[in-house]
Design a protein around this ligand. Structure first.
Ligand code: IFM
Length: 764
């Protein structure tokens, strides 16, 4: 069948510019950052946004393709596993008699790259010129949201001027980069990792049409196709490549057949079918997760950018993997998973895509044994999750890294940054509260809660002062190492133990057989359980009775107090400005720590304590991490400090959209993007979870005339619209049983028959 008809339409971006991110120029200095920003991903495959046609023999920066979970420990003596890039399946060259049509800035008479966030694809539009030749080039690239194994590339060339012999060559690049080729044939390649016994198979098909007529390739070698023809003005050339990618984690399972099978089904549907299903899947994601801001176009753009990457980062079908700190958009942090996922991303997935949230938590359940081993190895009980983890869950934090001042520094986080166990427990409970997923709590969540609680009970040692202390840790503020009683760690640990007790009580009441089986499975007897309530109540928290201030850790208030406003114009992190030692001896905080506790557990800060803690710590925070501003924004928004919250919002947005934090060559900062959703929905809209429904306490920024968003709660789907002009909230229950919606403390019944309108006096 001809490719003509439809391809032009597919190559045309969505009509509303609010859904597009565009770049019109070519700037070699920013190409790598742009490649991160313009990535396409579906949680299984991620492809960086490199240009559509290669420059010459070798790409200067290859178009990285990542396959989630394809980890290996590459070098001898190297202990840290890394995500190995897969072969790049997008390479295309246009060849003229004198050599390749080199894609040089001066060749680009016009150039536009468009991230179509609405349809989840990358489009380019360019004009290539060579002596006696002018070609218009349009391209589309996607990895399917509907069928994560599939990638699609379309190109459409319009010959504007010139008659000459030309060839289009499609091939794979980087076939030997970090992977061992096992079998590379005309339409299928199978590669394996060197040490981790994983395989990846890519089955590919490529086709070309000239003026609607398909022509056969003049050459078709292993993963390589070449078509030659004489071009002339007004000729239209269309190219399509579909790939199916399958990963296997065990030597026994060969992924080649599955890849070929998936490819042939996709070929049967054709590229139009692949595009249609992909667009439908994105339309559903947007319906379930979009956030609309009325009156502030930059904020709307920034939010859609965040939502685009969040919706592209997860794969609900694969509990073998989680989301790395740069998702599948860049090499930084080697694909490793941090607390970022549970604290900054899970709220978004839990509230808009519970299927994805569940898969991410099941990854933690699957790696519980590795967490148990780590705790045992370090002399404790229960489960201590790896600070950085890959597919196995084993500790993957490097022992040393190059610091921001280019010096090699020791990294203690793998030993000391233990709050991760409480963070995972936090996310488990939040998911349970929001989803009501009984099977998850019964069969997986309760075990995570109990094993992490058990860790904290063994970790928090009772001392002569009658309190339990957690010594020798690192909190979220990584400038201070080997500290005692980090308030964030201890209060989160206390909550972890309390929620584990709640889970046990719930299981005993509702599913006594499961409760007994769990206790037997993990060897949890009554004598051990008896210790837990006392342990929770006696953990030191550093809370000052008079002021309600939490001391970030023991001795923190006695450290040098540095006025950060004196360093407002700095361009490097504060630990570089002051040096490591002085930073460690000061109250300068790298990122939200007590403020993160305020963001996550506002009930721990009654009355004036919330504002007191926020004010004390915000001015001591240097925001040396991309996670930091978002947590401050959440806290500020809840306190009604909307102007400050908006500053944090723009600060976070700029990290990935304006290259202000650092160049983003290494990938987008997905936790910051999750934090933007958190600031908006949990902050400005004041969303909170309750036993009988949801609560809202909106405080909109001055520039926002309205805010609308979708959330889900225990099988229901809701759309909320907050409007400044009418000073009201409109809530629509799109599906599911009646529930309660609390607005500024007053309960309202919400049912599917009628939208609920609630006046909000405080909205000015
Ligand atoms: O998890 C974070 C950490 O809190 C600060 N450094 C970067 C990590 C990955 O984003």
């Amino acid at each position: 069948m001809s490719a003509l008809g439809g391809m032009e339409q597919a190559l045309t971006p969505f009509a509303d510019p609010a859904w597009l991110l565009e770049t019109h120029s070519y700037d070699p200095l920013r190409e790598s950052s742009r490649a991160s920003r313009f990535s396409v991903s579906n949680g299984f495959l991620g492809v960086r946004g490199m240009r559509a046609v290669s420059r010459g023999e070798q790409q200067v920066i290859p178009a990285r393709t990542y396959v989630a979970g394809l980890f290996d420990t590459p070098g001898r003596g190297q202990s840290v596993p890394v995500l190995i890039p897969a072969p790049d399946w997008l390479r295309v060259r246009l060849l003229l008699a004198g050599g390749p049509l080199v894609h040089h800035p001066s060749d680009l008479a016009a150039y536009r790259m468009t991230l179509d966030k609405r349809r989840g694809m990358l489009l380019t539009d360019a004009r290539l010129v060579a002596p006696d030749l002018a070609i218009s080039l349009r391209s589309l690239r996607l990895v399917s949201r509907a069928e994560p194994a599939l990638g699609l590339q379309l190109l459409r060339l319009g010959i504007e001027a010139g008659s000459t012999a030309i060839a289009l060559e499609a091939s794979f690049e980087g076939m030997h980069f970090g992977l061992v080729a096992e079998h590379v044939d005309r339409d299928i390649g199978i590669w394996r990792t060197r040490h981790s016994a994983k395989r990846v198979a890519i089955a590919a098909s490529a086709r070309l049409w000239i003026d609607g007529r398909e022509i056969a390739p003049a050459e078709h070698g292993p993963m390589h196709w070449r078509w030659t023809w004489s071009c002339h003005p007004e000729q239209i050339v269309e190219f399509e490549r579909i790939v199916a990618v399958v990963r296997s984690d065990t030597p026994e399972r060969h992924p080649g057949e599955a890849a070929q099978h998936t490819l042939s089904a996709a070929r049967h549907r054709g590229w139009r079918g692949v595009v249609a299903r992909h667009q439908d899947a994105w339309a559903e994601r947007w319906q379930r997760s979009d956030v609309e801001v009325d009156g502030d176009a930059p904020a709307q753009q920034a939010l859609r950018f965040a939502l685009y990457h969040l919706n592209g980062a997860a794969n609900p079908a694969d509990p073998q993997v989680s989301i790395g700190a740069r998702a599948l958009t860049g090499d930084d942090y080697h694909g490793h998973v941090f607390w970022d996922t549970e604290i900054y991303l899970l709220p978004f997935y839990t509230m808009t895509w519970p299927e994805a949230a569940r898969a991410l938590l099941m990854y933690r359940y699957r790696t519980l044994d590795a967490a148990r081993e780590k705790a045992t190895r370090m002399g404790w009980r229960g489960a201590l999750y790896a600070w950085e983890s890959t597919d196995t869950g084993a500790e993957a934090t490097p022992d040393q890294v190059v610091g921001p001042d280019r010096r090699v520094v020791d990294v203690l986080c793998g030993h000391q940054e233990q709050h991760i166990s409480a963070d995972i427990a936090y996310a488990v409970w939040q998911y349970w509260e929001a989803s009501g997923d009984e099977a998850f709590l019964r069969d997986a969540g309760a075990e995570i809660l109990c094993e992490t609680a058990r860790f904290w009970v063994s970790r928090a040692q009772l001392e002569p002062d009658g309190r339990r202390h957690i010594r020798g840790v690192i909190g979220p503020d990584e400038y201070h190492e080997t500290i005692d009683d980090n308030a964030f760690t201890n209060v989160m640990a206390r909550r972890n133990i309390r929620r584990a007790l709640d889970a046990i009580a719930l299981l005993r009441a509702r599913w006594p057989g499961h409760a007994a089986a769990l206790a037997t499975r993990i060897g949890l007897d009554e004598a051990e359980l008896q210790l837990w309530p006392e342990a929770a109540e006696t953990i030191a928290t550093g809370r000052q009775a008079d002021s309600g201030l939490f001391e970030q850790f023991e001795g923190y208030f006695a450290l040098e107090d540095i006025d950060l406003s004196l360093y407002a114009g700095r361009t490097v992190p504060m630990d570089v400005v002051l040096g490591r030692e002085r930073t460690q001896n000061s109250q300068v905080v790298k990122q939200a720590d007590v403020v993160a506790l305020l963001g996550l557990l506002p009930d721990e800060f009654p009355g004036a304590a919330a504002a007191a803690n926020y004010r004390y710590y915000a001015k001591r925070c240097s925001h040396g991490s991309s996670l930091s501003a978002a947590m401050h924004g959440l806290a500020a928004a809840r306190l009604g400090e909307t102007a400050a919250a908006m500053e944090y919002f723009h600060h976070t947005a700029a990290i990935d959209l304006a290259d202000t934090h650092v160049a983003i060559d290494g990938g987008v900062h997905i936790a910051g993007l999750g934090g933007m959703w958190l600031m908006t929905v949990f902050g400005f809209a004041g969303l909170a979870l309750r036993d009988d429904g949801l609560a809202l306490a909106p405080r909109l920024p001055a520039t926002w005339q309205g805010l609308a968003f979708a959330v889900e709660w225990r099988g229901r789907r809701l759309r909320i619209r907050i409007t400044r002009e009418s000073r009201a909230i409109e809530a629509t229950l799109l599906c599911g049983a009646p529930m309660m919606l609390h607005v500024d403390g007053t309960a309202h019944a919400l049912n599917a028959e009628m939208a609920l309108g609630v006046p909000v006096a405080g909205l000015v």
